[in-house]
Design a protein around this ligand. Structure first.
Ligand code: PLP
Length: 391
């Protein structure tokens, strides 16, 4: 099938819940994708931060394939060595105690919300101490509850009634955060860098205040690192840049190297809040996904690999800043947003696609989440396309 045949076939059989682009990718290698008509693309998007090792990394593909040949699923009645190994390694690397396995960011966040509320109920016996403070402009997922947690009015439509018990505070507004706390609040949930919201980092003072207030009022801290985690910012967790250890951390996107996984990592007492029967997920901890995840973790344990991300992040940022019409660049590591002058980010995205570059947008910004394996030559090639468009 050529690209247009694929697109027509797909659209005739799949609901139209996405605004899609006319591109049908068929294969790829590292940060280069190839479409069904044989055209090559430099990838500055990595499937929205998910193909952390790029397309078809050979060690990753070998591990996934070997696991699929051995054992693909067990149900959560039984154990298997690959899933056990992955969980042990991830909790050790993140300095957390125990995790719950789901399949997506939204599912990881659902679990975090359930743990925070159950812990509050277990400790205080109060069905009203359930409010979770989240931030204006946040994004936490597409289930009804994670939409409710998302602090953007545009997501609070159509699907009424939404889950009650969320309160939204402006990011980086310490006074507003203080004023939002009352005896019904049990947790504060936040992204260190708002990704979908426009690549907007929290500042250190605000993060410190979250943790100070949490200590004072016995609130659960939940960091949604679905987009910022797994080496994206040059550290395994973005929390490391801020010197804090949330009670609960959620990860997804890049963790499986492109296979579906979402985890809810817990520390201390939070590791024992869920008890048998209180939560579950049929595919959670799938061994094929965990086999891929183990390759991702192995790569992220390599100091040289992490140093390369740091180097490429600087290179990427400087290259973006040097482009015409780029007013400012926000973000950390390989999670960067460029505010443009006199041209819309969505227009640039389309022009880039025509010229062989895949890039993302977030609100008014051009957003870049390249695979962590991208090379400086590929960064140069993508930037040359952007320069051509923006000149
Ligand atoms: C910070 C954050 N949380 C949650 C999600 C939802 O993840 P998923 O689409 O895997 O459910 C996303 C997705 O973009 C995200 O960026």
């Amino acid at each position: 099938m050529n690209s247009s045949e694929i697109i027509e076939k797909y659209n005739s059989a799949v609901v139209r819940s996405y605004g899609r682009l006319d591109l049908a990718l068929e294969s790829g290698s590292g940060a280069a994708g190839i479409d069904a008509d044989g055209r090559r693309y430099i990838d500055f998007g990595s499937g929205i931060g998910t193909n952390s090792l790029g397309y078809a990394d050979s060690a990753w593909a070998d591990a996934v394939s070997a696991q699929a040949h051995r054992l693909q699923h067990t149900s959560n009645y039984y154990y298997n060595s690959t899933t056990a190994e992955f969980a042990a390694k991830l909790t050790a690397m993140t300095d957390t105690d125990k995790l719950f396995f789901g399949n997506s960011g939204a599912e990881a966040n659902e679990c975090a919300i359930k743990i925070a509320r159950k812990r509050s109920f277990d400790k205080y016996g109060d069905q009203n101490r359930t409010t979770i403070i989240t931030l204006v402009n946040s994004f936490h997922g597409r289930t009804v509850t994670t939409l409710s947690a998302t602090g953007q009015d545009s997501f609070h439509n159509y699907f009424f009634p939404f889950t009650p018990g969320f309160k939204y505070v402006e990011a980086n507004n310490i006074q507003a955060l203080r004023e939002a706390i009352d005896d019904k609040v049990c947790a504060i949930m936040f992204e260190f860098i708002q990704g979908e919201g426009g690549v907007i980092p929290l500042n250190q003072d605000f993060v410190d205040e979250i943790f100070a207030l949490a200590r004072k009022h016995d609130l659960t801290t939940i960091s949604d690192e679905v987009q910022t985690g797994v080496g994206r910012t040059g550290r395994l967790l973005a929390a490391e840049h801020f010197g804090v250890k949330p009670d609960i951390v959620t990860l997804a996107k890049g963790l499986g190297g492109g296979l579906p996984i979402g985890v809810c990592l817990t520390r201390g007492e939070y590791a024992n809040v869920l008890t048998p029967g209180t939560h579950g997920s049929t595919f959670g901890g799938n061994p094929v996904v965990c086999a891929g995840g183990l390759v991702v973790l192995k790569r992220l344990s390599d100091e040289k690999f992490m140093a390369e991300i740091a180097h490429k992040s600087e290179y990427f940022r400087r290259s973006l800043e040097a482009l015409p019409r780029v007013k400012s660049v926000s973000g950390i590591g390989l999670m960067l947003g460029a505010e443009l002058d006199g041209i819309g980010a969505a227009d640039v995205l389309k022009l880039a696609l025509d010229r062989g570059l895949l890039v993302l947008t977030a609100k008014t910004k051009l957003r870049c989440l390249p695979p962590l394996t991208i090379t400086c030559e590929q960064i140069d090639a993508g930037m040359a396309i952007l320069k051509d468009i923006l000149s």
